[in-house]
Design a protein around this ligand. Sequence first.
Ligand code: AHR
Ligand code: AHR
Ligand code: AHR
Length: 508
Amino acid sequence: MRKRLMSVGAASALAAGLLAGVSTPSNAATSLPCDIYAAGGTPCVAAHSTTRALYASYNGPLYQVRRSSDNTTRDIGVLSAGGYANAATQDSFCSGTTCLITVIYDQSGRGNNLTQAPGGGAAGGPDNLAVATAAPTTVGGHKAYGVYVAPGTGYRNNHTSGIATGDQPEGMYAIFDGTHYNGGCCFDYGNAETSSNDTGNGHMEAVYFGNIKVWGYGAGNGPWVMADLENGLFSGVNQHYNANDPTVNYRYLTAIVKGEPNHWSIRGGNAQSGGLSTFYNGVRPNVSGYNPMHKEGAIILGIGGDNSKGSAGTFYEGVMTSGYPSDATENSVQANITSAGYSTSTGGGTGGTLTPGSSISLRATTACCTDRYIRHQNDQAVTSVINSSSSSLDKNDATWIVHNGLANSSCVSFESKNYPGDYLRHQNFHLYRQTNDGSTLFAADATFCPQTGKSGQGTSLASYNYPDRFIRHYDNTVYIASDGGSNSFDSATSWADDVSWVVDQPWA
Ligand code: AHR
Ligand code: AHR
Ligand code: AHR
């Protein structure tokens, strides 16, 4: 009923909501991606996002998390109908423990939820679930979390409703982190086999992002947006190289694949600004088996059709449509995407932002210590009172260069201003300035994921490899500390204040 009414047009979507007795969403005037697809006559049949509603009237859960402390689950919803994710629900439910994303709900009303992928022809299962805090982002000034796919992670639905099969037309877009990818097979979102096995050419139609060159590739060194059509990632009509498919690495990337009988297209753009470009628009590949197509209608995220799971990437939102969307419809969707305000800025709390490349200082917010900054001294991280009369050495010791996280580009690492190549890292939960030795452990120990300050002020910095531990001062020494625990520095007393930092102008 709701779908039928909404497919009449975005203008009538609000009316449909009113007819159905749904309360008027505060921002109902704004058409969100699935309202726009419906208005174009190609309605969403799956709509997945951990960051925001994709229909102006959507007021249900976006995703579900499960915490390790007691294995209970919690749905994460929207702040208001048609609005952004209520990340605070996750932050409080997951405080002091680790959460995994267990379900990514389908907002289309068709029940096409994504859950833990089962094993398949290429790899056993079930696949891993994403760590719920691993891809923090800001959207529309609100804190939210994306789906961070490390190799081995995968979501799937083999029993869908309304997804294209055979040679039926469909479209899809996804927003990915264009700086997080690899050369493993295959970071996909879209249509795949219902058996989790490779059942032959043309049995898939998914949007792929990464730099694997085994099947197809485009200009430059990658990564590329390609179409996974099974036994082939296609960058155009040719099996291998197509010069028109460019390397794209926008931090927030809009990636599009759509297909109809003997016709398909690849499009892409910057999800933060500007329009879409068309990277391919033409007939099916000049390889047998792809015309007509043999789509099966399962949905995958983060894996290949046969559950190949060597791939990495980050997903924020995506939809699949019934029917081949027009370029004009997709251009309107892109306009909504760029207006949604995806950003790496930590937003929310007070203080500055952690922009990669910038120099900053980190000031304590606990009442005792608001004149103290994180600095290194004899290779240890401590807090010291720093002010305009401090020595140049002290000011330099208290200044850090923000980088994309060494272990995860969604997070950050802090390089010492006066010891280039040295970073803040933890070891036995104490914080130090140490030279990056290039190891995986160093990268993980030196990566911190920012979120709104636990006290409500400033920014808190979760350890990447100990996500329930945050950078904390205790007796003016700096640690990664949990909220209560066996070490003295895990003391629950003033924990929230001690882990909340203001990002200040750099002292040096
Ligand atoms: O088409 C590329 C990959 O090949 C598919 O994702 C997978 O099913 C097969 O291994
Ligand atoms: O700080 C906790 C762990 O201690 C770090 O991951 C490791 O470097 C050290 O063994
Ligand atoms: O680091 C200074 C103070 O020392 C912290 O606020 C408190 O937790 C500890 O007593």
